[in-house]
Design a protein around this ligand. Sequence first.
Ligand code: 5GP
Length: 191
Amino acid sequence: MKGNCLIFSAPSGSGKSTIVQWLTKEHPELNLEFSISATSRPPRGTEQHGVEYFFLTPEEFKAKIDANEFLEYEEVYTDRYYGTLKSQVEDMLENGKNVIFDIDIKGGINVKNFFGERALSLFIQPPSVEELRKRLVGRATDSAEQIEERLAKAEYEMSFAPQFDQIIVNDDLDTAKAETLKTIHNFLNKE
Ligand code: 5GP
């Protein structure tokens, strides 16, 4: 049996990746596999090629766009491309895996449109823009300028929340995790 798609999108810093990583680690019964995106941004901290992302040069990324190798891609920030390789996802679904996408808003909407009923799209929403600012400052991986750029983008991105199947407000992490799990169970058991 073919697998399904679980799409997670959010303004950056909303705790989306924490929830996604918790699911893949603590819930093996869900048969999840992480869709590894390609990006032209350099690795941060301990990130490794083929683990968090496939790190490509902008030239390599553009060559794959021309070869039609992406299911979707976005230039998320200037000259910073992110995209989902078709080959990655198809192999996993064929093997019956439920593929998790940790992806930006537009990408999430594009993947949902592509897979339709076979995809559940979740929007992880931070409690407020002020709270998001605190989290990004606390994370200390971005410059002040990058943080302002992300916050302006976050405000705009919040307006897309109603286009998702489910909004999960990440006010309290444990509550958000429990709600995410319940939503996924309902979706997978519908079949
Ligand atoms: P970061 O640089 O913090 O890892 O990610 C920046 C943004 O790119 C995040 O919103 C992340 O979800 C998004 N992103 C990661 N992978 C993909 C992808 O394959 N496609 C698209 N469209 N966005 C992605």
